[in-house]
Design a protein around this ligand. Structure first.
Ligand SMILES: *Cc1c(COP(=O)(O)O)cnc(C)c1O
Length: 356
């Protein structure tokens, strides 16, 4: 049974893969650090929190998760700071969101202090995996899945919670071409849109592929009822700069409560930028794009922080957004956020959690 302050058993690998890993040449999400954190849920309690070698799992073909997708995840990053230390950014927000997802998926809560201890200790153990260059980071992937060996549809009794990490290098993303999707839906009121549950992403693959076949990197989803209101992108929330005002869809239960989204809003307001969180209609964006008032648009999420959008297709019309110089607003906010992460400026928000 996990109690506050319970110690994490640490067994370091005897065969680190770091010496034969070329950290200068890594593909996002394909290289995994030496260790992972694991704990198991059984008989109504969490057991055996431990850090051990990153390794394959053994599981029954009848594991519930493989059939009915009772699984949730999170994503956050650890950054090297200018003083040689390492910072986690707003990990408590990820922990709260994971527990929010868990509740919706009938999964057990993870004790917040244990979760934070696990994040800090795991990053400490694998800190040498963070590439040294300016904009590298360690991507952290916590997830939980149903582990019962049973093929009836019901919540599992047993679960496994794992955290592993991936070194990632400066993520410069090319400006993206997006298509506003008005046929397929990602989420709908009362559904699971607000959670990071595996099923959401599986269901989005097909419409996203149709978009890719037409030359678009990403979809911008619209509401599942009327398809008249903008929601978000694949794994990013969206912002529009219309005449210098940042507009983003309000959190209505169907879009993910992005932590990057929240950070951007906080910083933008403090920089004196007008921000509106509200319903954003497709029509409004289309009109703004047509008459040149849509100065820029971008996606916001942990992976890229800010992904500029240069092309947006709405109802078979393709709008090219003005060129790079208009991305000033997004870049201003993005570099402020990066300065806080890297410890180049004081953190007025209490977001930084140092990994001692
Ligand atoms: C994870 C995610 C985001 C971004 O959330 P961050 O906390 O900023 O990384 C946005 N939308 C969806 C659907 C996501 O899965």
């Amino acid at each position: 049974m996990i109690t506050t302050g319970q110690k994490i058993a640490i067994e370091r690998t005897k065969a680190s893969r770091l010496p034969q890993t070329d950290l200068d040449n890594i593909k996002f999400g394909r290289v995994f650090s030496d260790h992972m954190f694991v704990m198991d849920y059984a008989d109504g309690a969490w057991h055996k929190p431990r850090i051990e070698a990153f390794a394959d799992l053994r599981m029954s073909p009848a594991s519930l998760v493989l059939h009915y997708s009772q699984t949730i995840f999170e994503g956050l990053k650890a950054y090297r700071n200018v003083n040689g230390g390492i910072n986690l950014i707003r990990p408590q927000s990820n922990i709260e969101r994971m527990n929010h997802s868990a509740r919706r998926l009938c999964m057990p809560q993870i004790p917040e202090d244990m979760f934070l201890d696990a994040l800090v200790e795991l990053v400490r153990q694998d800190q040498d995996w963070i590439p040294k260059d300016e904009d590298a980071a360690l991507y952290i992937r916590p997830f939980m899945f149903a582990s019962d060996e049973y093929i009836g549809v019901r919540p599992s009794d047993g679960y496994r919670f794992i955290i592993f990490t991936c070194p990632v290098r400066g993520y410069y993303s090319e400006p993206v071409r997006v298509k506003v999707e008005t046929k397929y839906s990602r989420a709908f009121p009362g559904g699971t849109g607000e959670t990071k549950c595996g099923g959401n992403y599986a269901a989005a693959l097909y419409p996203a592929k149709l978009g890719q076949d037409q030359g678009y990197h990403q979809l911008v989803w619209t509401d599942g009822l009327s398809h008249k209101y903008i929601e978000e992108s694949g794994t990013m929330n969206v912002f529009f700069n219309v005449d210098g005002t940042l507009i983003t869809p309000a959190l209505d239960g169907t879009i993910l409560r992005g932590i990057t989204r929240d950070s951007i809003i906080r910083i933008a307001k403090d920089e004196g930028i007008r921000v509106e969180e509200r319903q954003v209609s497709v029509e409004e964006i289309e009109v703004a794009a047509r008459n040149g008032r849509l100065r820029s648009a971008f996606g916001a999420g942990t992976a890229a922080t800010i992904a500029h959008i240069n092309t947006i297709a709405i109802n078979d019309e393709v709008y090219e957004l003005p060129d790079v110089s208009t991305r000033k607003l997004a870049n201003q906010i993005g570099s402020k956020l990066d300065d806080i992460r890297r410890g180049r400026v004081a953190d007025p928000y209490g977001w930084v959690v140092p990994v001692a």
